[in-house]
Design a protein around this ligand. Structure first.
Ligand SMILES: [Zn+2]
Length: 241
């Protein structure tokens, strides 16, 4: 009897390393007709005849993360410009994100993925609805084509749904080792990219930085006053100290 031993290196799929790859992510947005019904649900009638617009995936992601889910006109405007949020049957009423709360949860998950290592994604999302986690499990990249018209060839990744475009940008960001961080102001949910090696930047913008500085100053002052009262010192003596 002859045994054929296939070594691990033999069955491993060969990989090609590219020096530099230019990648863009485009969302082929179908114009929709979203509305918020009387029960507080976002609904849309999907039609394949709708015109398509090409939008930059990173621009769409920023717009999506900046949305205030309670600002319904702004949310509807976003949905109407970007079209279908996730893969949907055609020509039917469609509801995803179902409501402002579900939109907020999608935003939280996208932020969580942005600031985490992909190796941690599998165990993340405890407490989120299974339906959303199911969408987040998607690891594929949508179809891509090569654009040879510029100076360097660019792989153009095309997504037909907003959520796939968002996930594609996250995966490309992880691939190119881009780092993101949540703003250190506790009530600010903004996740921002760390650019130019500015690893000591902890606030998303100047306003959040100032807000926290004032808060810290007031907290320190209050502690001083409290300590002064306990020691029997007049508050104005502490102010001048
Ligand atoms: Zn902030």
């Amino acid at each position: 009897m002859v045994y054929i031993c296939i070594s691990a290196s033999y069955i491993q799929m060969p990989v090609q390393k590219l020096e530099s790859v230019s990648v863009s992510v485009e969302l082929n947005a179908t114009s929709g007709n979203w509305s918020l019904d009387n029960s507080g649900r976002f609904t849309c009638l999907h039609s394949m005849q709708a015109a398509k617009t090409r939008l930059d995936g990173w621009f769409v992601r920023k717009e999506f993360l900046d949305l205030d889910p309670e600002d319904v006109p702004a949310v509807l405007d976003f949905l109407n410009q970007t079209g279908m949020f996730v893969n949907a049957p055609t020509g039917k009423e469609f509801t995803c994100p179902a409501n402002p709360e579900e939109l907020r949860q999608f935003q939280s998950l996208v932020r969580l993925y942005l600031i985490s290592d992909p190796a941690e994604w599998r165990g993340m999302g405890k407490g989120f609805p299974g339906k959303l986690l199911h969408y987040m499990k998607w690891r594929g990249l949508p179809h891509f084509r090569m654009d040879w018209s510029g100076e360097a060839p660019t792989a153009v990744i095309s997504a037909g749904f907003t959520f796939r475009a968002l996930m594609a940008t996250i995966q490309i960001d992880k691939w190119r080792q881009a780092k993101h961080r949540k703003c250190a102001r506790p009530e600010c949910e903004t996740v921002f990219p760390i650019q130019g090696g500015r690893f000591n930047k902890i606030y998303c913008d100047h306003i959040c930085g100032q807000y926290q500085a004032i808060r810290g100053y007031r907290k320190r002052n209050a502690l001083k006053k409290k300590a002064g009262k306990l020691a029997g010192v007049e508050p104005n003596e502490i102010e001048g100290s």
